[in-house]
Design a protein around this ligand. Structure first.
Ligand code: ATP
Ligand code: MG
Length: 346
């Protein structure tokens, strides 16, 4: 049996470079390896947990995320792409798992703690939001996923899922599959910072370069990017740590980019050394970064344009993917109900 990979995104906006390096790029690679059963889904129910009063945003973002998927090269022939809300079985699984987790455990979850703080919820946190790790466990287990490619910020959520699986299996018998997180192999890619240099690039924090940003927008955002505040004159020695421009180069620049755009340096180490010594201006480094990003974004934009002109294809893809995924979730739910003993009339 092939290993199962499952991963998803919240439709709270368009996808950004953090998604690309943290997850999307790897998903496409895994999909094309042919070695896995890959499921990718749009987590609209989860997105509603902190956007219940703004359903339009979720509805509009659904298609944007689907367009982003297709434009980075996810292929519905190879990957099952589906929409969370179209699979009611996921909601019932959530109900069964809710009983296996305590309120104290949820409140201790570091991801949730950070997100509650970022969103300023305090005690007024919606119950659905607090419990979304449980619904995420339903998503993962419904498809018997072994591997879940995620950014570093999601690790505590995978941990929560594992706990639910162990608890469920201990009480009701071995039914659920325990997943493992799959992180990007480059440290920077696990949590790409925002253009403000702080925290992580995140739709909710408004510090993103989106995959669909046009050339001019990308250029402006890079030019505004945070660097070393003490590197004032070109001659000044600069710091490459905590300098978002260099962090992005760590994530994106390849030796071939140096050959193409900055042949006076062999690689990123040489460029960093020069910056540290002094005599290298921010503008030159930023211009290089713009070229590197354009190399990646240009083909993505091209594919997006095609699908934007064929939106019916995109909706059909989501609908077919959801029908296919639902069958798998139905099987799992049947086993779960059986294990708990709810199959009274079978
Ligand atoms: P939101 O602000 O609405 O939570 P987000 O930008 O955090 O949006 P998600 O949809 O929550 O995006 O995340 C989808 C996936 O992308 C997750 O696996 C997450 O870990 C990963 N991811 C998100 N942001 C980054 C980032 N800056 N670097 C690496 N991976 C990321
Ligand atoms: Mg997030």
């Amino acid at each position: 049996m092939k290993q199962v990979i499952l991963t998803g995104d919240r439709p709270t906006g368009k996808l950004h470079l953090g998604h690309y390096v943290g997850s999307l790029k790897n998903r496409v690679k895994l999909q094309n390896s042919g070695e896995y059963d890959v499921y990718v889904f749009i987590a609209d129910l989860q997105a509603l947990t902190d956007n219940a009063r703004n359903p339009e945003k979720i509805k509009n973002s659904l298609i944007e995320v689907a367009l982003d998927y297709l434009s980075v090269g996810l292929d519905p022939e190879k990957t099952t792409i589906f929409v969370q809300s179209q699979i009611p079985e996921l909601t019932e699984l959530t109900v069964h798992y809710l009983n296996l987790v305590t309120l104290a455990r949820l409140k201790r979850n570091p991801t949730i703690k950070t997100e509650i703080k970022e969103r300023g919820f305090g005690e007024a946190v919606p119950v659905g939001f607090l419990t979304y790790p449980i619904s995420q466990a339903a998503d993962i287990t419904a498809f018997n996923a072994n591997l879940v490619p995620v950014g570093e910020d999601q690790l505590p959520l995978i941990e929560q899922c594992k706990e639910i699986v162990r608890t469920f299996n201990a009480i009701y018998g071995e039914v659920l599959t325990e997943p493992e997180a799959m992180l990007a192999d480059n440290k920077v890619c696990m949590r790409l910072p925002g253009i403000d240099g702080k925290s992580k690039m995140s739709k909710s924090l408004g510090n993103c370069i989106y995959l669909s940003d046009d050339k001019e927008t990308v250029k402006n955002k890079v030019m505004r990017m945070y660097t070393d505040p003490n590197h004032i004159k070109v001659e000044d020695p600069g710091c490459v740590e905590d300098n978002a421009v260099f962090t992005y180069l760590d994530a994106f620049a390849l030796e071939e980019h140096f050959k193409k755009y900055l042949p006076e340096y062999k690689n990123l180490e040489e460029l960093k050394d020069h910056y540290r010594r002094g005599g290298l201006g921010d503008v030159k480094v930023k211009k290089f970064l713009i070229n590197v990003l354009e190399d990646i974004l240009e083909p993505i934009r091209e594919r997006r344009k095609y699908y934007e002109e064929h939106l019916d294809l995109v909706y059909d893809m989501l609908s077919l993917g959801s029908i296919k995924a639902r069958k798998v979730a139905q099987e799992t739910l049947k086993k779960v109900r059986g294990a708990i003993g709810l199959n009274y009339f079978d």
